[in-house]
Design a protein around this ligand. Structure first.
Ligand SMILES: *[C@@H]1O[C@H](CO)[C@@H](O)[C@H](O)[C@H]1NC(C)=O
Ligand SMILES: *[C@@H]1O[C@H](CO)[C@@H](O)[C@H](O)[C@H]1NC(C)=O
Length: 237
């Protein structure tokens, strides 16, 4: 059905026709929390949560790339494809783009890739869908990535003294006086193939998707896991 639709309106409206796939990179050797990706939040593993988010958002081509058998099993439990991540791209020092490049090279059919971070348990599926649509509407971009807004006043401090970095200390902005700054959140990156083959997920022709406070929570430590469960118990997410 979609394919026939694409043949008719494909040229006018490529958004329906670009093939989108979701990739979740889930290494076994996570620091901080051991096998973090299969730890539970609200009774569902972090990996399971992100797979369900992707499915609810309407994406069905979902791959879990991992070097660990237990993570692979968890992916299979949710009916995803499992991609065996090579040793080099699974090390602590390997940047995510290596894992992405490795995958996209094997999947020449993909036009748009959503790199979804399993350690962001509260990504709203409706917003993931909207962020994906923002790649093409109202104007096309090469990439969309998630950000959070920060009103933090930043300083540098060195031998040469203190320097306010993002404000004028003589005119300290109040929260309502400025729009803050965008901080990249790792929650998701949506990029066209053309960007990825150049070895990055982003360029100067991206747009951003602003996350809510809950959505921006990332699980790095046991403390974060507790926090995520408390948010669920108290129905704050
Ligand atoms: C996975 O697929 C099997 C067979 O189609 C189905 O029985 C099962 O409910 C699916 N599991 C999930 C989590 O979607
Ligand atoms: C940004 O990317 C889109 C989609 O690839 C492209 O159509 C558009 O021309 C690009 N804009 C600029 C300024 O490069």
């Amino acid at each position: 059905m979609m394919l026939i639709l694409c043949i008719f309106i494909g040229l006018a409206s490529p958004v329906f026709c670009d093939k989108t796939a979701v990739l979740i990179l889930a290494r076994g050797g996570s620091k901080g929390v051991r096998l973090k990706n299969i730890r539970n939040v609200g009774g569902i593993s972090l990996l399971g949560r992100s797979i369900l988010t992707a499915k609810l958002a309407g994406f069905h081509d979902i791959t879990v790339s991992t070097d660990h058998p237990l993570i692979a099993l968890e992916g299979l439990k949710y009916n995803t494809t499992v991609f065996k991540r090579s040793y080099v791209t699974s090390t602590d020092w390997a940047p995510s783009i290596w894992g992405v490049a490795e995958f996209i090279e094997k999947r020449q059919d993909i036009d748009i890739l959503i790199l979804l971070q399993a350690t962001s348990p509260f990504i709203n599926f409706k917003y993931l869908r909207s962020a994906h649509a923002k790649l093409n509407f109202p104007i096309p971009f090469d990439c969309v990535f998630s950000v959070t807004r920060s009103y933090k006043l930043r300083w540098s401090y060195s031998n040469s003294g203190t320097h306010s970095l993002n404000f004028d200390y003589k005119k300290r902005p109040r929260r309502q006086d400025w729009n803050g700054e965008f901080i990249e959140s790792g929650a998701f990156y949506i990029s066209r193939r053309g960007v990825i083959v150049k070895g990055t997920l982003q360029n100067n022709n991206c747009t951003v998707w602003e996350l809510s406070q809950a959505e921006s929570l990332e699980i790095d430590t046991e403390y974060d896991l507790h926090l995520a469960n408390i948010l669920i118990i108290n129905k704050l997410v």
